[in-house]
Structure formats: C-alpha cells, structure tokens
Design a protein around this ligand. Structure first.
Ligand code: HEC
Length: 153
C-alpha cells in the first residue's frame, strides 16, 4: 500500500509536466532509457517503435512492419511513412469500437490502452511478450504527442 502511494506521488510531477506545454524541455528527463524522446511521431518511431531493447529485440516494428513482405501483426504497420495513416482515426482490428489513436484524446486512444495493458484490451499488452514494457515516462510522451493533435510530425 505504502509503495503504491509513493508511486502515485512520484508520478504526479510527471503527469503535470506532460500536461503543461511549458515543461516540454524536461520531457527528456521523463523518458528514461530514451533521453532524446520528443512528443513527435518521428521521434516516437525512432526512439520507441524502431528501437532495440536491452535484449536486442526491436521494440515494435519487429512485428508491426511489412518489411520483407511480412504481414504486419494486428494489421498495424508502424514503420516509416505509413504509420500515421495506420494509427490516427483508424479502427482497431482487435477490439470492436476502439480507435487506435484519437487526435487530442490520449485517454481514449487504444494504442495507449495496449501499451499500458489495461484490463479491457483484446489480446496482450504491447510490446507483445513478457516485457520490458514502456516506462511510465515513455508512455506519457506518447500521450503528449496525441494530446498535441497526433500530427504526422
Ligand atoms: C512479438 C510481436 C509484437 C511486438 C514486438 C509488438 N506487437 Fe503489437 N501486436 C502484436 C500482435 C500479434 C497483435 C494482435 C493481437 C493482440 O492485439 O494482442 C498486436 C496488436 C497491437 C495493437 C492493436 C492493433 C489493433 O488494431 O487492435 C497495437 C496498438 C499494438 N499492437 C501496438 C504495439 C506497440 C506500440 C508495440 C511496441 C511498443 C508493439 N505493438 C509490439 C504483436 C507484436
């Protein structure tokens, strides 16, 4: 219980900062293993979707890509130029009624639900497997990108 309270308290400044545009420069300190992560799609692609984790696995595009003629997992291609058109305003293939990314609304964006592993998702938490999952700070930066309008930036 006590650790839970402590976790909440330490998350507060992060949450506040991500909500306030003036704090953007300190986003880097939230992003933990990816200090250059910015709330833009190109940065998220470079530092998360296409990045390699500590076990040498490509975080997302090992599965979510059509490289080498493969079928992107979940019908979602996160690689290169097509990623924006695959995410923003697009219906989830796995969960009826869910939208992958709703511009301006991170809370209701299914991408976030899958990354956080919420109880009502269909299928598994992403990245699929036993982790490592995204840190809270990394997730907040993705939420911030969505909040800023989920632009193809
Ligand atoms: C080892 C393969 C693998 C990796 C790595 C992986 N995914 Fe997935 N992903 C899947 C599969 C398979 C599905 C479809 C089944 C499911 O939803 O669990 C899926 C589904 C999804 C969906 C739901 C798509 C929809 O339309 O319902 C999202 C969003 C998603 N992944 C995001 C990510 C992100 C972001 C990462 C990286 C942080 C990631 N995935 C890493 C295999 C993977």
């Amino acid at each position: 219980m006590r650790t839970r309270v402590r976790a909440l308290v330490s998350a507060l400044p992060l949450a506040l900062c991500v909500l306030v545009a003036a704090c953007d420069e300190s986003l880097s300190t939230l992003a933990g293993p990816t200090p250059n992560l910015q709330p833009t799609l190109s940065s998220i692609q470079r530092d998360i979707f296409n990045t390699t984790d500590s076990s040498g696995r490509v975080f997302c595009t090992s599965c979510h890509s059509d490289a080498g003629g493969r079928n992107p997992s979940g019908g979602l291609n996160l690689r290169g130029e097509v990623a924006h058109g695959q995410l923003v305003g697009v219906a989830s293939r796995g969960k009826p009624g869910a939208i992958r990314v709703i511009a301006g609304d991170p809370e209701n964006s299914y991408l976030i639900h899958k990354i956080e592993g919420r109880a009502d998702i269909v299928g598994g938490r992403m990245p699929r497997g036993s982790g490592p999952f995204l840190t809270q700070g990394q997730t907040l930066v993705i939420k911030r990108w969505i909040e800023l309008g989920a632009r193809n930036d």
